[in-house]
Ligand binder design. Structure first.
Ligand code: UAG
Ligand code: ATP
Ligand code: API
Ligand code: MG
Length: 488
């Protein structure tokens, strides 16, 4: 419990109605969760406007309301705080309410279209291995030391985020590694946080359903670096066309990584096969267990960040060399009698799919076929659908288009939109099967010994979201089940 006026410290306030010298139990952005003595922050969302639920929140006992527009009639027992931007106020208030947790550990944020989970997870594993107590906030899961806390978002809302960071501080964590999604930057979920460092992986086509234009998407990602303090580092990928732009206006210490040009952290791939990567990193030659060129980038980002956090180069490379990647990222299975190679990967953007297929192509020894099973999520960027199918068709021998998470959409319509991207001369090698399990089964039945079956798009996910209901589904488990069934 804390005083409202303390929680409001450094929030830009336009007007106060009522007594702000009252105690507040919890901060809430959802009226449905409000209990007696809570403060309700009304946020304008994508689907609805939190301001319409102010009366409901008060009915449930809200003692304070933070809003951009005051209701017409004000209740005497409630303190109303009018602010210019309630999403920003929410971030600052959450930071105050939880006693500035991000100032009490070293917080590193990772942004970019692809690689966030991999980089954040590797940093968490690396620092844990080097003897530190660490926290992780990622798409796959949140973690405090060994304790796993399920994740609902890539970056949680400001209140949950600060609550988790406070738990990490209370548990003695020295470092926290988090993914910073573009949604989170735009919705100010990270307002008020103090970062010790920021990492940029890359930027390609995604989330244009939300950000509308690519320029706006770039601007939002850049805003994360614009907001870093001069005590932080900002580490960027020089091989990405927008790598430099990201750091243009940052106050943070700039650093770069690259596989192609001069950079602070320069790497070179010496070998890249199914047993891993051999890379030259600085002066040292190192073997890594992660597979593929894109992971060479992720590893360089992790190495650079660790060195910028004052860790010893040799210790870092030694520890990093033994680590495995994140669940569902180029997750590799050999069928029991080693006939077929199965790969589960979270590639759900054209760029990620292209990377995975290019990686597979490089690893192929001879005439093995590559059979790709892929779909696109419903209620998400529609522009990527035909491109994903095109990429799959161009770089595979056979393709089965199927459902990802259809959400509120008709799965057949999503598949149709994908089919439109398949070039006419490649239509012959493309099948469409709406049921994902059937699609995986068919892929296995089409495979000959040594062939590679890639199941893309869902990675670690353990469900399929159909009309708002999450049905249990696990690509890796289904793939294994089908491999075993077909081998009998
Ligand atoms: C598009 C988007 O980001 N939506 C997020 C947003 O919801 P919204 O804007 O639709 O909210 P809304 O339903 O319009 O409601 C507005 C406000 O009214 C409140 N409300 C609503 C109803 C009610 O009865 N009472 C009430 O108070 C809501 O709590 C909210 O504060 O704010 C909510 C509360 O923080 C989030 O849960 C929700 O995430 C949804 C579930 C989501 O799917 N988000 C995805 C797109 C997302 O954020 N993904 C990124 C990762 C992307 C990536 O990198 O791949 C992530 O960081 O996870
Ligand atoms: N550095 C990279 N560059 C391009 N593609 C990558 C990179 N790292 C991983 N990928 C591909 O992108 C997929 C997603 O990787 P990862 O989960 O690490 O990214 P993410 O940024 O966290 O994604 P999300 O935004 O969905 O949380 C992987 O399965 C892999 O196919
Ligand atoms: N963080 C991404 C993940 C997409 C994964 C894919 N399986 C889908 O459901 O579209 C999103 O929510 O847009
Ligand atoms: Mg992620």
């Amino acid at each position: 419990m804390q005083l409202l006026r303390d929680i409001l410290y450094s929030v830009s306030i336009q007007a106060v109605h009522g007594n702000n010298n009252i105690s507040v139990n919890e901060l809430r952005i959802d009226s449905r969760a409000v209990k007696s003595g809570d403060a309700f922050i009304a946020i304008k969302g994508v689907h609805t406007d939190g301001h319409t639920f102010i009366a409901k929140a008060i009915e449930l006992g809200a003692a304070a309301v933070i809003c951009e527009v005051l209701p017409e009639t004000l209740q005497e027992q409630v303190c109303y705080i009018q602010v210019a931007d309630s999403t920003h106020a929410c971030g600052v208030m959450a930071d105050n309410f939880y006693q500035h947790p991000s100032r009490n550990l070293q917080l590193v944020g990772v942004t970019g279209t692809n690689g966030k989970t991999t980089i954040a997870t590797l940093l968490f594993k690396l620092f844990t291995k080097m003897g530190y107590h660490c926290g992780l906030l990622s798409t796959v899961q949140n973690q405090i030391g060994d304790t796993v806390i399920p994740a609902t978002h890539t970056t949680p809302d400001a209140i949950s985020l600060n609550a988790l960071l406070a738990q990490m501080v209370a548990d003695g964590c020295q470092y926290a590694f988090m993914e910073v999604s573009s949604h989170a930057v735009h919705q100010q979920r990270i307002a008020g946080l103090k970062f010790a460092g920021g990492i940029f992986s890359n930027i390609t086509h995604d989330h244009l359903d939300y950000h509308k234009t690519f320029d706006e998407y770039i601007r939002v990602k850049k805003a994360f670096f614009d907001g870093l303090p001069n005590t932080a580092f900002a580490l960027t990928n020089l091989d990405d066309k927008r790598g430099n732009v990201m750091l243009q206006n940052t106050k943070a210490r700039k650093a770069t990584y690259s596989l192609r040009t001069m950079a602070d952290f320069k790497g070179k791939i010496l070998e890249n096969n199914l047993t891993g990567l051999i890379m030259q990193v600085g002066e040292q030659e190192v073997h890594f267990r992660l597979i593929g060129e894109f992971n060479a980038y992720n590893l360089l980002a992790v190495y650079g960040a660790a060195v910028l956090l004052n860790q010893d180069k040799h210790t870092v490379l030694q520890a990093l060399s033994n680590l495995q990647g994140a669940e569902g990222r180029f997750d590799y299975i050999l069928s029991d009698n080693q006939r077929i190679i199965g790969i589960v990967d979270y590639a759900h953007t054209p760029d990620a799919l292209l990377n995975v297929l290019a990686t597979i192509k490089n690893l192929r020894k001879g005439n093995e076929q590559v059979i790709t099973v892929v779909g696109c999520g419903g209620d998400r960027d529609t522009a990527k659908r035909p491109i994903m199918a095109q990429v799959a068709a161009e770089h595979s021998d056979k393709v089965i288009l199927t459902s990802d998470n259809p959400r509120s959409e008709d799965p057949a319509a999503i598949i149709q939109a994908m089919e439109a991207g398949v070039p006419v001369h490649q239509k012959k090698k493309v099948l469409s099967i709406t049921d994902r399990k059937e699609a995986i089964k068919t892929a296995i039945s089409l495979a000959n010994p040594e062939d590679i079956v890639l199941v893309a798009g869902k990675g670690h996910e353990k469900y399929q979201d159909i009309k708002g209901v999450k049905h249990p589904f696990d690509d890796k488990a289904v793939l294994l089940e089908m491999m075993r069934m077909m081998e009998k």
